[in-house]
Each structure stands twice: as structure tokens, then as C-alpha cells.
Design a protein around this ligand. Structure first.
Ligand code: ADP
Ligand code: ADP
Length: 237
């Protein structure tokens, strides 16, 4: 589903974010990437979705090279990839429903969507997505009136409405308390199991990783220092 071949990312200032990473993630896997701040976790996820270009190597998504794609083909590949961020990245001053519909209609509003005229199938999909993360009663609430955990669940619903095949979650629980962390991680895990969405989650603590991951990848200074089943992962790694 996702294959990285000898991938390096060097930033403009010379910092090496990733150093010759090769790995592959199968369809339906729930992978947690762990590593201290600065280890390269975020660089890795941003490279997979090509939010930035890599310096060396190639990344293949579902058989297509995202590294070589451009224009329509790049947009096509990206449609299958949903991103979740630490800071939720919702449109604050608009409703939950509109935020979720943004996953559906893309980031290019038309005069119809600006007027709130969303096609019925899109609305149904958005409500289904909100139900899946148990937040349907907030559909008409403004996004910035929700708690952090609720906002993150809206961000998950947006990715579901997008009908993404891959979820990349960059420190999705870093700003949440332990109880909310559990809710968000439970949601991600349930969605992975029910819908078979390939999921990669970045975390800077190994503890939540142990509970949820089927596989842990440890990063340090842009290199893979561990890759295996949860049982074998220790704190030193
Ligand atoms: P993590 O997500 O594990 O905290 P990052 O991927 O954010 O790590 O960072 C990996 C390395 O790349 C760090 O040394 C960081 O300082 C550096 N880095 C990240 N983004 C940039 C950037 N835009 N410009 C220069 N260096 C960067
Ligand atoms: P454009 O070049 O037209 O501004 P982009 O290259 O930013 O468009 O995005 C191309 C497609 O990828 C769009 O359909 C957009 O919805 C989708 N996309 C962009 N960024 C993300 C993201 N972080 N997560 C999911 N989809 C994204």
C-alpha cells in the first residue's frame, strides 16, 4: 500500500530530516511511529503525502509513484490520503458539518458550497462519518466551540467523508488529556478495523503505541532504529 525506497529528506538549511529510509506498510495495517521530538516522524508523514518533496528515493502509494506524479495524477493519489494533525486544522468559525463536508468536496469551494448547497449524498456521507466518531449531535456547532478531543474527532470524520484509504495522523493526541487521548486512539483503531483503512500514527510516547499498534517503527535522527511487533519494542529502542 505504501512503500518507501531509500528515502532521504534534507531541508534547505542542510538539516537531515530523513536518512535513507526503506519500509513498506501493507493495506489495513495500524502502524505507530515513535521517536523523540526531532526524530523525523513528521518529516516522514509529510513526505508520504508529498506535502514536501523528498531529496532522494521514491515513495509508491498503492502502486503509483507519488514522487513522480504531478497535476491530476498527484491530486488523484492524494485524494486517497487523509491527514490528521496535532492542531486539528479545522476551519474554526464554521460548523462541524461544513468542516466535514470540506473533506468531501475538497479544498476548492464553489459558489454552491459557499451558499451551503451541498449535494445530498455528500451530506449523508458527512453525517455517517460524524456518527462513526459519536459526535453527530455537534453537526451544527461552530468548530471552535468544541473541546480539543471533539475537534480531533471532527478531523477524523472529515477524513472519513473524504473516503480516504490511508490515514496519516501526526501526533493526533499530543495536546489532549489521557481520557481524550484514549477516545481518539480508540476511534482511530476502530475505524482501522471496521473499514480496513491503512493507518500510520506518529506518537512521541511509546505507551499508547503498545496498546494500539500491530507494528511499531522507531525513528531516531531520521533513521529507522526499530521495526517490528509491539511485543519486541522496548523503551530504549
Ligand atoms: P519529529 O516529527 O519527530 O519531531 P521532524 O520531522 O519535525 O521530527 O524533524 C526532523 C528534523 O528535521 C529535526 O531536526 C527538525 O529540526 C528538522 N526540520 C523539520 N522541519 C524543518 C524545516 N522546515 N526546516 C529545517 N529543518 C526542519
Ligand atoms: P492545488 O494544487 O489545486 O492547490 P493541492 O495540491 O493543494 O491542490 O491538493 C491537491 C488535492 O489534494 C486536493 O484535492 C486536496 O483536496 C488534496 N489535499 C491537499 N492537501 C491534503 C491533505 N493534507 N490531506 C488530504 N488531502 C489533501
Amino acid at each position: 500500500m505504501i512503500e518507501l525506497k531509500n528515502v532521504s529528506k534534507t531541508y534547505a538549511n542542510g538539516t537531515k530530516g530523513l536518512n535513507r529510509i526503506s519500509l513498506s506498510v501493507d493495506k489495513g495495517e495500524f502502524v505507530v511511529i515513535v521517536g523523540l521530538s526531532g526524530a523525523g516522524k513528521s518529516t516522514l508523514l509529510r513526505s508520504i503525502n508529498r506535502l514536501h518533496d523528498i531529496t532522494e528515493g521514491e515513495i509508491i502509494i498503492d502502486g503509483s509513484s507519488i514522487t513522480r506524479a504531478s497535476g491530476k495524477r498527484l491530486r488523484r493519489i492524494r485524494r486517497d490520503i487523509g491527514m490528521i494533525f496535532q492542531s486539528f486544522n479545522l476551519v474554526k468559525r464554521t460548523t462541524v458539518l461544513r468542516n466535514v463536508l470540506a473533506g468531501r468536496v475538497g479544498y476548492h469551494p464553489t459558489w454552491r458550497t459557499i451558499l451551503g448547497l451541498f449535494p445530498k449524498p455528500d451530506q449523508e456521507l458527512a453525517f455517517q462519518a460524524l456518527e462513526r466518531v459519536n459526535i453527530v449531535e455537534k453537526a451544527y456547532t461552530r468548530a471552535d466551540e468544541l473541546s480539543g478531543g471533539q475537534q480531533q474527532r471532527v478531523a477524523i470524520a472529515r477524513v472519513l467523508a473524504q473516503e480516504a484509504k490511508i490515514i496519516l495522523a501526526d501526533e493526533p493526541v499530543a495536546s489532549l488529556d489521557p481520557l481524550t487521548t484514549k477516545q481518539v486512539m480508540d476511534d482511530l483503531k476502530r475505524i482501522n478495523q471496521d473499514l480496513g483503512i491503512t493507518t500510520i500514527v506518529n506518537l512521541h510516547f511509546i505507551d499508547p503505541a503498545r496498546q494500539y499498534a500491530t507494528r511499531i517503527i522507531g525513528l531516531r535522527a531520521g533513521e529507522v532504529v526499530f521495526d517490528g511487533p509491539v511485543e519486541d519494542a522496548t523503551d530504549e529502542k
